[in-house]
Ligand binder design. Sequence first.
Ligand code: PA5
Length: 462
Amino acid sequence: MIKLNYSAVDEILIGQENGLNLKEEFAAYKDSIAQIITGLNQRKDKPGQWLQWMNLGYNEETLWYVKEYAAMIKGRFENILVLGIGGSALGGIAVTEALLKPYWNLLSEEQRDGLPRIFFLDNIDPDSMTGLLDMLDLSKTLVNVITKSGDTAETMSQFMIVKDRLEKELGDTYRYNIVATTDKRTGILRQISEQEGYKTFVVPDDVGGRFSVFSAVGLLPFALVGIDVDSIVNGIKDMDLALKNTDIHNNIAAQNALIHYLMDTQKGKNLSVMMPYSSRLKYVSDWYVQLWAESLGKNKNKNGEDVNVGPTPIKALGATDQHSQIQLYNEGPNDKVINFIRVEEFDNTLEIPKIFEYTGIGYLGGKSINQLINAEADSTKVALEDYNRPTVTISLPKVDAYNVAQLLYMLEVQTAIIGELYNINTFNQPGVEQAKNYTYALMGRAGYEDSAQTLQNKMADV
Ligand code: PA5
């Protein structure tokens, strides 16, 4: 199981001004945390609560369908191209970067055991899109278009371009190169899929994009590139069981949620840094940034009062960012909680040769890169303590399917718990809509004529 070490947020280590009296706080919040955990588990099956992501570890049917489809098409495609944005892409990127062999797409077919390369087109930059589409042999590419709503402009414009190219190249059989993951009943992509006869998978009801990584949104691409989806599901199930524990002393998601909540509301530390000491976990930080930003940045609480809450998530990478952001974290404003992710056992051990012993770098010889990266994580943590900066450390025994699934699921539950502490709706994102509507207006979508007029007036003022 993954572990959380929170000793470096305690006032014993970093002083009263910046630290928390955790013994007292855990006792004070014991009952409300227990109520929150019980409440989430009781409400999770109720329609409209957006908590179905808590059931994804138990969705045997989806797991079966995903594995069956992956087995059926094995060997048919050289590439998987995922089209999606936000919650429809970030989990897939985080997990594939963590679990596939590094530089996967550059490996030979043999080195990949005959499994396809995987590309995520998660933006609409015309140059990078053109570059990718020119590079891929579309006839040998399976396109997985993912959108829960079925009408996201970025994803659907990508899809329209790719579909058009595929059809021109392959004629009527182009449809066998497309698999759509979308809502069961509604949305334009569902309608198109039925008309055109695409293979489809479902984004389940009451699972929002940023909580969808363990639905077919993630599981399908993972299975297609040979990631062990059974271990992923086992990781979620085991973590779910552990996090059902209503005692804060035994629930790491509740502990980290409460720590972040108190650091924000009592100590003015409303920035949350996610800093894995593992390049393979780099994109977990991107996923976490979206999870926290969209879930927790809210202007109203559940009572309709103006609150404008939300810790700002920041991504960092150890040891790289020691040479970029750590100066700020140590000496700048003391307004952050830093989450280190530490990997106990790497897949490889990389020895540093005993050379240049007569120079100042001679001390490195005979040690390993493994020792160095974890020594850097430890020293950075202690240095931050010296500056009275709070840190927590999440330890992963290994970067494998089981542990990465546990990590992501733990962070999801942590997000749901801190949302309850803020008393906000964690699962909506009304703040995203305004700019979306203006984009629709600018691009001439029917029904948005009024917004187009408002926008033109505002743009004329600038
Ligand atoms: O988390 C979310 O809900 C969003 O980030 C969505 O995933 C994103 O906007 C894409 O939406 P859709 O899957 O409907 O295309």
